[in-house]
Design a protein around this ligand. Structure first.
Ligand code: HEC
Ligand code: HEC
Length: 434
């Protein structure tokens, strides 16, 4: 079932792609030795003491299975058959380095190359693009734990659970390939996630999109194997057998594949951003759940979250590795709320400030369709729920989008809003002096 990642010679197209990828510095680049880091659940759920359910045999089986499916280390890439990757994974690497130092020589990967030889190391392709540009934040395993990660808020994404925030697919679904590409090309505005358009060629971007998907598939498989092992009997020799492994892998792949056909397109064209539409959107904002998180003035300070001042103090008020101590010093009630409002990855979370005048940024893009997707389907992993088809229908969706986009230029929309408008009320006449 496992097919070694083996680019074939006959694929001239790939040769062309990589030739135009501007990777002239392969020759000076040595990726060194790298290891995947195991998911924490591996020791928590299967490991020896203090865990009472120590399952060393199953733990070893998970490790072997992972190495067999995805390769034992980042430089020995394997891709199980049927992976949702371009050409079965050939974008992950395209060149190998043979020999060391002055004798080092790069050449294209040929069918039959033995990746087991430690002297052959992948050069260029998604692996290399990732190593150079992403690893210091997102980490070797894609766990969001690269050496610089702790210094950023928000933290770099952990890819291993397959959860992505800025998607065009239904709530909770895997992202579309276009979503990942958009994130990498444009970056996430207002965060440390850079836009790679200026420094990566289009083909390098496709390669690294594949590598992100590869790390997600790998991480999701690992977590599912650990979960399976944690409910299996240590003495059961059939545990984690071929059938169940196959089922896990194909479940992971299917989730990615089906998302590619599920892009949520608005059913009707955008309503013109007329005054009436913007005001209807404003009333929706105030009458629905938006204000609970984003605040009455949309400043990102709603009552459902810990006060901005306290939150800033925790996040920015000192050594990032001492954050837990700062949380522990809070009154019990605030502490409880803080913990309840962490994101899916256990990191601090803040609702966006949607009212910062010209400084207003949107991580997932500022096109009307981007804002539509955020509000319609919510933001995975960030507690922001979806709102379409309920409580918002097609028209309400565009009204709220029109309002969100107008607000930074017209903060009076909220400062001068009637105190408690009701959803669906007739558009309020615009009484402001123009
Ligand atoms: C300086 C640190 C940094 C670097 C370098 C970096 N990222 Fe990120 N990346 C982030 C941060 C921070 C986030 C999460 C932002 C958030 O959650 O709001 C992120 C998020 C992402 C996401 C998730 C988007 C989503 O919808 O959830 C993807 C995909 C991603 N990065 C890919 C890459 C790739 C590929 C590279 C290299 C080409 C890269 N990143 C380099 C910091 C970085
Ligand atoms: C339960 C809390 C919650 C509710 C309810 C909520 N949001 Fe959010 N929203 C968030 C959080 C948290 C973020 C920041 C997510 C992040 O940066 O990762 C966010 C981000 C956003 C963004 C910025 C997206 C981007 O690309 O940066 C927009 C726009 C937005 N929300 C609009 C709305 C609107 C409009 C409503 C009501 C229809 C709403 N939200 C309801 C929590 C919420």
């Amino acid at each position: 079932m496992v097919s070694r990642f083996r680019p074939a010679r006959r694929l001239g197209l790939i040769g062309l792609l990589f030739a135009s990828a501007g990777c002239s510095d392969w020759l000076s680049y040595d990726p060194g030795s790298l290891r995947y880091i195991e998911a924490e659940a591996m020791t928590r759920d299967l490991g020896p003491k203090p865990n009472l359910h120590g399952k060393p045999k199953l733990q070893a089986k998970v490790r072997e299975t992972m190495a067999r499916l995805y390769g034992p280390d980042p430089q020995f890439i394997r891709v199980p058959k049927g992976a949702p990757l371009m050409l079965g994974g050939r974008y992950l690497a395209s060149h190998l380095r043979e020999g060391d130092g002055q004798n080092a020589r790069d050449r294209r990967i040929y069918e039959g190359d033995s990746f087991q030889d430690p002297k052959l190391r992948p050069q260029s392709g998604g692996y290399t693009v990732y190593r150079r540009n992403c690893l210091h934040c997102h980490g070797v395993t894609g766990a969001g734990d690269g050496p610089t990660a702790a210094f950023f808020f928000p933290r770099p994404r952990d890819f291993r659970r397959g959860i992505f925030k800025f998607t065009s697919t239904p709530t909770g679904a895997r992202p579309h390939r276009d979503d990942l590409r958009r994130t990498i090309v444009k970056g996430l505005d207002g965060t440390s996630m850079p836009a790679f358009e200026p420094i990566l060629s289009p083909s390098e971007i496709e390669q690294v999109v594949d590598y992100v998907i590869f790390l997600s598939l790998r991480g999701e498989t690992e977590l599912a194997l650990i979960e399976e092992a944690s409910i299996s009997e240590e003495g059961d020799n059939d545990a984690l057998g071929e059938d169940i492994v196959q089922e896990i892998v194909s479940g992971v792949f299917t989730r990615w594949k089906s998302a590619q056909a599920q892009v949520v397109n608005p059913a009707v064209a955008r309503t013109e951003p007329t005054r009436e539409s913007i005001l209807r959107g404003r009333d929706l904002f105030l009458a629905s759940d938006c204000k609970d998180c984003h605040g009455r003035l949309a400043k990102g300070d709603g009552a459902s979250f810990v006060e901005t001042k306290i939150s800033d103090e925790i996040i920015f008020g000192g050594d990032p590795s001492k954050m837990a101590d700062r949380v522990a010093a809070l009154p019990e009630k605030v502490q409880a709320l803080w913990k309840q409002k962490l994101d899916e990855w256990g990191n601090p979370l803040r609702p966006a400030n949607l009212n910062r005048g010209k400084e207003t940024t949107y991580k997932g893009g500022r096109r009307p369709i981007d804002i539509y997707w955020r509000i319609a389907k919510g933001i995975n992993g960030a507690q922001m729920p979806g709102h379409y088809p309920s409580p918002f229908d097609d028209r309400k969706m565009w009204d709220i989008v029109n309002f969100v986009l107008a607000l930074p230029y017209e903060p009076e929309l909220l400062t001068e809003a009637p105190v408690a408008p009701t959803a669906g009320a007739p558009a309020v006449a615009d009484a402001r002096p123009r």
